[in-house]
Structures are given as structure tokens and as C-alpha cells.
Design a protein around this ligand. Structure first.
Ligand SMILES: [Cu+2]
Length: 71
């Protein structure tokens, strides 16, 4: 399933890597790519992911999840 995450607080390559690495550790995440310019992450998961479980990951990494779009 595709999810587009809108994330606050990412400013540089370090932030991009920190968010990507944190999300990749989640068992349901297959692939993730952050777009720094948009402040978003395109995420492919093996199942539908809830806002709260993604929010836990993003918050622990030090950023803020604003919303998720699903397709
Ligand atoms: Cu940074």
C-alpha cells in the first residue's frame, strides 16, 4: 500500500536519512523515499498503516507527522 507522509522539521540530508532509516526499521515498511523540498515521504508498506503507528516512528526520530495520504 502507498502512503504519502507529510512531515514537519526536516531541513537537510541528515534529516532525510534519519527519517528514512527510522521508517525502514518498521516491520511493515517495504520502501521509503523522503522528498526534502516537499517535506514528504513516499512510503510503500505491506499493509495499510495507521497514523498513530507512523507518528510513533516519526516522533521518536525527532520530527512531526502532520498527515498521511493513501492511494
Ligand atoms: Cu537536518
Amino acid at each position: 500500500m502507498f502512503h504519502k507522509l507529510h512531515i514537519k522539521g526536516m531541513t537537510c540530508e541528515h534529516c532525510k536519512k534519519a527519517v528514512e532509516n527510522a521508517l525502514r526499521k518498521h516491520e511493515a515498511v517495504k520502501e521509503v523515499k523522503v522528498n526534502l523540498g516537499e517535506g514528504t515521504a513516499d512510503l510503500e508498506a505491506i499493509r495499510d498503516m495507521r497514523f498513530d503507528e507512523l507518528n510513533d516512528v516519526i516522533e521518536n526520530a525527532g520530527y512531526e507527522l502532520v498527515k498521511i495520504e493513501k492511494k
